[in-house]
Design a protein around this ligand. Structure first.
Ligand code: HEM
Length: 389
């Protein structure tokens, strides 16, 4: 049976800012730590940010499911947050929309009132995007100026800000792909947009949990397994984005087989063959099902491994919860498919995806020790030292 780093007194290698050969010393109890918790405010900021990102993913999903994503044809960072205020503003926006292929080919009978409904979804999504940008930037400046950020936290927070900017740029890159010559955005760009949003959410949780009170850290093997699980879940989210972007959930609505076939004909119908992985709805849905099985088996194996290697530990319990969450997520996915993608189930499935990823990230990070006292700025260091607790 493997020992945990906290039990052996050794530090496990491989986490940010930690030297690999140093002896780890637990220097205080959990009670002392909690009463001197130097990063509570920073953590709360990051948890609020995570909640905003989850909300953003949901509004993004609703924007897609209501076919609202192409209703605003321009991107203006500052003025774009002001919605149309009077009839002439609305008419001007509607005229712009009427130049798109989506309107000409698919929505030519749309009324102004119908246009307003789809406009508000897209506007809400962009408004939340700006809000999240500010929710990263303003507290970052505040905490930085108050000396609340360690060197590592400064770099981590700046990286989160870079991720928000990147996410906005990818969002616009996605919208542009749908404005000319097609009536929908590129499914590949949609999947990338969804995946980077989820990476952003996971990174937020990772940073928050890096400066959170911990129980003793887990073994390297457990940590590596949890890391692989995160990557698998991200892959599944990416493929899920392709399924959504191709409306592939509207077809092959049987489970566990696909319209009576286990290995359906037409999986490799497109040429060259790799195009099937991104453009063939049948193949994309098939791959999403296959990866779901791999994620489920990996989560089960990880939970069983932790239960045997670290029996009774909090890590083992978290591993079990993660497996239950993955199982629930798969059940919601199957329901979404069997019901032919009603908005409620599709949104629940999307929410489940980001929550499963968030939990897997928190679980993975908990298998490593908290940040060392040497990495605290001087103001914070005046409290007692702390380590993995
Ligand atoms: C391991 C678990 C799974 C994860 C993490 C996952 C994740 C996702 C994500 C993130 C999306 C994109 C949602 C969107 O953009 O609207 C998606 C779409 C979808 N998934 Fe899954 N999925 C899982 C398992 C399954 C299973 C087992 C099925 C059914 C056999 C399934 C069926 C679907 C369908 C039909 C869609 C398209 C929904 C839409 O058009 O909005 N998923 N999945």
């Amino acid at each position: 049976m493997c020992k945990r780093a906290g039990e052996t007194g050794e530090r496990s290698p491989g986490w940010v800012g930690e030297s690999r050969d140093e002896t780890f010393k637990t220097t205080m109890t959990e009670t002392t730590y909690l009463s001197n918790d130097p990063h509570k405010a920073v953590r709360n900021w990051l948890y609020v940010l995570f909640a905003l990102i989850v909300l953003m993913v949901l509004v993004g999903g609703a924007t897609r499911l209501t076919d609202s994503g192409l209703s605003i044809t321009e991107w203006d960072l500052l003025l774009g947050f002001i919605p149309p205020l009077d009839q002439s503003d609305w008419m001007a926006e509607f005229k712009l929309y009427q130049t798109t292929d989506e309107f000409k080919l698919q929505n030519s009978s749309m009324t102004l009132a119908q246009f307003e409904a789809i406009y508000w979804w897209e506007w809400g999504h962009r408004f939340l995007g700006r809000l999240i940008g500010l929710a990263v930037l303003l507290p970052l400046i505040y905490f930085w100026m108050r000396g609340k950020l360690t060197h590592w936290l400064k770099i981590a927070s700046l990286s989160l800000f870079a991720l928000v900017c990147l996410q906005g740029a990818i969002g616009w890159w996605m919208v542009v792909s749908g404005l000319v010559d097609r009536v929908d955005v590129s499914q590949i760009r949609l999947a990338i947009h969804l995946t980077t949003a989820c990476i952003f959410a996971a990174a937020t949780i990772w940073v928050a949990r890096s400066v959170a009170p911990h129980t003793s850290s887990g073994s390297d093997d457990g940590f590596n397994q949890a890391g692989w699980l995160i990557l698998l879940i991200l892959l599944q989210i990416f493929v899920g984005g392709l399924v959504a972007g191709l409306d592939a959930g509207m077809a092959y609505n049987t489970w566990p087989d696909m319209n009576g076939e286990w290995l359906p004909d037409g999986l490799w119908a497109a040429s060259p063959f790799w195009l099937n992985l991104t453009d063939n709805a049948l193949t994309v849905q098939f791959v999403h099902r296959c990866v779901a099985h791999v994620v489920w088996i990996a989560a089960l194996a990880h939970a069983v491994w932790l239960a045997i290697a670290e029996p009774g530990s909090l890590h083992a319990r978290r591993g079990l919860v993660l497996f239950v969450l993955v199982t629930l997520q798969a059940a919601i996915g199957i329901t979404t498919l069997l019901l032919q993608v009603p908005i409620f189930w599709a949104l629940l499935h999307q929410l489940g995806g980001v929550l499963v990823l968030g939990f897997a990230t928190a679980h993975c990070r908990a298998l490593r020790p908290v940040m060392r006292v040497e990495e605290m700025p001087s103001k914070v260091q005046s409290g007692p030292a702390y380590g993995s607790i």
